[in-house]
Design a protein around this ligand. Structure first.
Ligand SMILES: [Zn+2]
Length: 300
């Protein structure tokens, strides 16, 4: 595995298996379900052997949108840094990490074989079009603003909340850990933004602890040296997106929930040159200590 090119799904899954086999004390590959086309859905747990599942935890996912390749590249980079770089062991000594690099493997495969700019899943959702926007399919304020009603829409919400095997599996898993997970980061591209709830309403509405979420995000963003990120409410900085995963995570009681739009700002859009993978990953990683420290000390 390296971060000088974008990799195919099989190579990413092989790398995760390699890590589990090589570092069984700290890495566990958890199969949480199957995609629409029958590909396994994996969550990587990184935890100190003494106390798996008892520590506070951080959730990170990538590739809910198929064309946003940098999101899965960063997720695997984070796994690599945590597991294979000795100096980072302190980050998982009292915090468990649940990292899902590939939430939409069918869509990811399709972007490599047929259409580089495919966004949605690959389920058969209508007569003429395929795919559900998995980031409009979560079950909080599902079907409201910023979510398409017809299957051909790029933001099609699906026929019902959690209608898709990917969102059903992820939500069930996260729900089972919801008292442990204190920080939730869902990775997207592009825009250099850290987005806070809520994303379903226009004009924007805010959770009661919004200022605490904002302070943590600003602290994290201050660690980025090369790419400057803006921090704020989803609707104010971007647009409405009802049924998105971060809103749902917040709604079930996970305190610090964010949607991160990675670099860059728009020169390359979704089709990032591989030469920028490592700079974006290296720039992002130091911010994780801010989130890990907060997860370790959050009690509610
Ligand atoms: Zn996205």
């Amino acid at each position: 595995m390296d971060w000088s090119s974008f990799h195919r799904l099989i190579d990413i899954y092989d790398y995760l298996t390699y890590l589990e086999n090589t570092y069984p004390q700290i890495v566990k590959l958890i199969k949480i379900g199957w995609s629409y086309e029958g590909r396994p859905l994996y969550v990587v747990r990184i935890s100190s052997a003494s106390s798996p599942d008892t520590n506070p935890a951080i959730w990170i996912d990538g590739e809910i949108h198929a064309r946003e390749w940098i999101s899965s590249a960063l997720a695997t980079y984070i796994i690599h840094q945590l597991v294979e770089v000795d100096g980072n062991a302190g980050l998982w000594s009292n915090v468990d990490w649940y990292i899902m690099p590939m939430m939409n493997p069918d869509g990811y495969q399709f972007t490599h074989t047929k259409n580089r700019l495919w966004r949605k899943s690959r389920s058969i959702s209508g007569k003429f079009c395929r795919g559900v926007d998995l980031n409009r399919n979560f079950g909080y304020k599902w079907g409201g603003l910023g979510a398409g009603r017809i299957p051909c829409s790029e933001t099609f919400r699906g026929p019902a909340a959690f209608s898709e095997p990917e969102t059903a599996a992820v939500s069930e898993f996260i729900q089972s850990k919801s008292t442990k997970i204190k920080v939730f980061l869902t990775l997207h591209s592009y825009g250099q933004l850290i987005l806070l709830p809520w994303g379903y309403s226009y004009p924007a509405v805010y959770p009661p602890d919004y200022d605490e979420l904002l302070a943590l995000a600003k602290n994290a963003a201050s660690k980025f040296a090369r790419f400057k990120y803006s921090v704020g409410n989803t609707v104010e900085l971007l647009y409405t997106a009802s049924g998105n995963s971060a809103d749902w995570a917040k709604s079930i009681g996970i305190k610090y929930t964010y949607c991160v739009e990675l670099g860059n700002i728009g020169t390359y859009g979704f089709v990032l040159p591989p030469s920028l993978i490592l700079p974006i990953c290296e720039d992002f990683f130091p911010a994780l200590k801010v989130f890990a420290d907060k997860a370790a000390t959050t009690t509610n």
